[in-house]
Design a protein around this ligand. Structure first.
Ligand code: TXA
Ligand code: MG
Length: 308
């Protein structure tokens, strides 16, 4: 058992915020049924209050306590992928308070696949609202040290569960209306979802922001991120070097052309570039199938124009 687990459970019960590992990224957790505990998450992150949080549950049976009108597809996906990197958006039950749902009539639910997260959830018993443990708009943390670097003493406890296995956030699928839509590509691939449900699942391209993770600029390091083709990378590097810029390359090639390894190391690489004082990160996009879809999504967001 993790030495800090009893402390972390007691802190959740007392309405405090604790950081904990999941298989995707580290989360900043609070009692999802306690509005003042939940509001502390928003203060710490500097996140707008209308951005909803995912409620983490110890097991799939708890779905029926937190959601209503649950479609069969939700049970099928829960059975297939939970515990795991998949978040289901469903119509909320009265348990899901406005502080968590941002006032939407839906709630995001997920059972994470990390032994420390599951021990915390089982020990606590209730739902744990948790966004990624980074400040709003910044890169998600995939180690306990990343969380310490960002929040230091502002957190009562940080459970260290090692480096995250998946490395990018959970896939978010909206099952709250008739047609399922992929709101955020992530650790469970679109192909896996389509195969399981035997339907094709569109990316939400309505232009309407249904999920703040869909904001253009997000997941951004301090370094400027420029997307280039592999063929152009060397030329760009030379030019930027001539301009006196410190440049780093981020391509799948450097990670054995293996999407899983690329995803696992992606956020650490973005943070490391900042730590080394890199001015410009030249990144190449992977093919957008399998985990490549989530990686490309995060790289595009890191490269998007930033609010000044
Ligand atoms: O892998 C993950 O999902 C991590 C770990 C900690 O579980 N959590 C995470 O949380 O990435 P966060 O808050 O950084 O991103 C959650 C995304 C946000 O974009 C939020 O808008 C969306 O989920 N979301 C949550 N509830 C929603 C809802 N009811 N409707 C639409 N989007 C929702
Ligand atoms: Mg986040």
């Amino acid at each position: 058992m993790h030495a800090l687990l009893p402390t972390a459970i007691a802190l959740l019960q007392a309405g405090e915020v604790v950081a904990f590992p999941t298989e995707t990224v580290y989360g900043l957790g609070a009692d999802a049924s306690n509005p003042s505990a939940v509001s502390k998450i928003f203060e710490l992150k500097g996140r707008p209050k209308n951005h909803p949080l995912i409620v983490h549950l110890a097991d799939a049976e708890l779905l029926q306590e937190w959601a209503r009108d649950i479609p069969n597809s939700a049970w099928i996906l829960a059975e297939e992928f939970w515990p795991g990197p998949l978040t289901l958006i469903l119509k909320r039950s009265s348990r899901a308070i406005d502080a968590v749902t941002g006032g939407f009539d839906t709630v995001g639910l997920r059972v994470p696949a990390h032994p420390v997260a599951l021990a915390l959830l089982h020990g606590f018993g209730g739902g744990v609202a948790a966004p990624s443990a980074n400040r709003f708009g910044a890169v998600s943390p995939t180690t306990a040290q990343h969380v310490r670097d960002e929040f230091g003493d502002a957190l009562a406890a940080i459970l260290d569960g090692g480096a995250c296995e998946v490395g990018v956030e959970s896939t978010i699928i909206d099952l709250s209306s008739g047609t399922p839509a992929l709101l955020r590509p992530g650790g469970v691939t679109r192909e896996e979802l389509e195969e399981t449900l035997r339907i094709s699942i569109p990316l939400n391209q309505s232009g309407k922001v249904r999920s703040p993770g869909q904001l253009a600029s997000h997941y951004a390091p301090k370094a400027e991120v420029i997307l280039v083709s592999r063929a152009e990378a060397a030329e760009h590097e030379l030019r930027l070097n001539r301009e006196g810029k410190k440049v780093a390359l981020l391509t799948e090639h450097a990670h054995d052309a293996n999407s899983q390894a690329f995803a696992r190391s992606l956020y650490a690489a973005l943070r490391e570039a900042d730590a080394r004082g890199v001015d410009v990160l030249l990144a190449t996009l992977p093919n957008e199938h399998g985990l490549g879809l989530a990686i490309a999504d995060r790289l595009k967001k890191a490269a998007a124009p930033r609010p000044s």
